[in-house]
Write a protein that binds this ligand. Structure first.
Ligand SMILES: *[C@@H]1O[C@H](CO)[C@@H](O)[C@H](O)[C@H]1NC(C)=O
Ligand SMILES: [Zn+2]
Length: 468
């Protein structure tokens, strides 16, 4: 990642300019940024949330939990806090629908954020400073405190507007997503608390879009991390012989490189998106006989090892992939062995690819798409997330999950320096969620459109039952 800014000394001139901007930003029309009092309140709440430094490796979860509980109370939501692992609270808000027996909707977000390199930030990453152009700088402004607060703001507005959802709406704030979610979403989704919610559809995080189309993610790739170890005859460095460890490992590296190229070529030619192929990258190599100053140069070592980060697309033929390991990448005949450091399941608990349908067969997708259109938005072609999110734990159970973070015309800065979100995108996103909730939780919106009434019909319930 390229540093976007170097630490700079603060001259009196830049300080003066900074102060000038401070003053200018409160003047209407001078910057094109004019917030109503109500919008200013909304922004203040977002900034307040961003200021909690729930940053790894030791996120402080209790203060932010207190803040969120306060928000839920203010809005009038039922609140529950559960610590599946001590010190790592899951916060759950519930807005009961008029027909609570219908499958509910869960809006999930994580409260933790990844570390920062302070020196590279132009504004302190936990000050949530809004600049003169309305960009709010903070770690978590895109990933994904924006989404968490937008859920709550949308509900706040809908309640104020007198909207009554037919389905129950749940909002969860989970810890530890950035370190795999093992102590957070995983335990929550496996809990009896979650089963009781009767969730039919989950929204979780997506990515910012650099153009005007919203991005949406319907699946994600699965982590397979593995090591390949080669054994061979040791011998004098001058000798030519077959069966040396590094030659055996090279056989493996070549075979894997060939597969990597076959996948990458599909991306380069535009035939496939990156999430639609399986990536495999060599992340370490280790061999040789060390000396205090380097390596013994006249010895062929008896062992060599390589490590790989592989991300398996849910579209992959997993059996064929597994066969490659013992037939091509680490055949015993070449004195090669392999070991998985991590091997996630590509399929869901029912043996089906963990993919949320993005066609007319999925009524949730139909409603989601309709909501985006009604909100005046356009959707990019649905994508497979290249890395992992908490959404996978719900998809495993056969529950439809869409990854969606409503940010258009925004550079993708998650995990990067100077992460920011513009206030206008933030406010627009709240409207989008309002529309999503109106359309997906029915019974019908203000336009009198009843198309979503089919969501409550037996058709959907039947789908849910067969899927679960
Ligand atoms: C594998 O190891 C065995 C036992 O050391 C050896 O006889 C054989 O030649 C080796 N084969 C290769 C391809 O390295
Ligand atoms: Zn995230």
């Amino acid at each position: 990642m390229a540093p976007l800014g170097r630490p700079r000394g603060c001259s009196s001139l830049s300080l003066a300019l900074l102060l000038l901007f401070e003053i200018v930003s409160f003047q209407p029309f001078a910057t094109g940024l004019l917030l109503t009092t109500k919008e200013q309140d909304v922004v203040n709440r977002f900034q307040e949330y961003l200021k909690f430094d729930t940053v790894h490796p030791s996120p402080s979860y209790y203060p932010v939990t207190e803040f969120l509980i306060g928000q839920g109370k203010q809005i009038g939501l039922d609140t529950k806090v559960v610590e599946y692992v001590q010190g790592k609270p899951v916060i759950l808000f519930t807005w009961k629908g008029t027909e609570p027996s219908l499958p509910s909707i869960l809006l999930n977000s994580h409260t933790d954020v990844v570390p920062v390199e302070h020196a590279y930030w132009k504004h302190p990453p936990f000050a949530a400073k809004m600049d003169e152009g309305g960009n709010i700088y903070a770690r978590g402004s895109q990933d994904m405190k924006c989404v968490g607060m937008q859920y709550l703001e949308a509900i706040r507005n809908l309640i104020a507007a007198g909207f009554k959802p037919q389905r129950t709406i749940h909002v969860s704030f989970v810890p530890d997503e950035e370190v795999g979610g093992g102590d957070g979403a995983k335990l929550f989704y496996e809990s009896s608390d979650f089963k009781e919610l009767n969730v039919g559809f989950v929204l979780d995080e997506g990515l910012a879009s650099e153009n005007g189309n919203y991005r949406v993610f319907y699946a994600e790739r699965t982590v397979w991390w593995f090591q390949i170890t080669a054994a061979g005859h040791p011998g004098h460095g001058s000798r030519l012989f077959d069966g040396m460890a590094l030659e055996n490992l090279r056989h493996s590296l070549n075979a894997i490189a060939e597969f990597r190229k076959s996948q990458f070529d599909k991306v380069k030619s535009g035939e496939k998106a990156e999430g639609e192929v399986t990536s495999v990258n060599n992340v370490y190599l280790t061999a040789g006989t060390p000396t205090p100053t380097g390596f013994v140069m006249n010895m062929q070592p008896s062992h060599a090892e390589a490590g790989f980060d592989m991300r398996v697309t849910p579209l992959a033929d997993v059996d064929a992939l597994e066969k490659r390991f013992h037939e091509e990448w680490a055949p015993a005949s070449r004195n090669l062995t392999y070991r998985f450091v991590q091997k996630g399941k590509v399929t869901d608990n029912f043996g089906k690819p963990a993919i949320t349908a993005v066609d007319d067969s999925n009524p949730w997708w139909v409603m989601f798409k309709e909501a985006i259109a009604k909100a005046g938005g356009t959707l990019a072609k649905p994508e497979i997330f290249m890395a992992a999110t908490d959404g996978r734990y719900a998809r495993k159970q056969g529950i439809p999950v869409l990854g969606f973070s409503p940010m258009t015309n925004t550079p993708v800065l998650l995990h990067d320096h100077n992460e920011f979100l513009n206030v206008k995108e933030y406010l627009k996103g709240i409207k989008v969620y309002e529309q999503i909730l109106r359309t997906c939780t029915g019974p019908k919106d203000e336009t009198g459109d009843t198309s979503n009434s089919k969501a409550g019909s037996g058709v959907l319930s039947e789908t849910i039952h067969t899927e679960l």
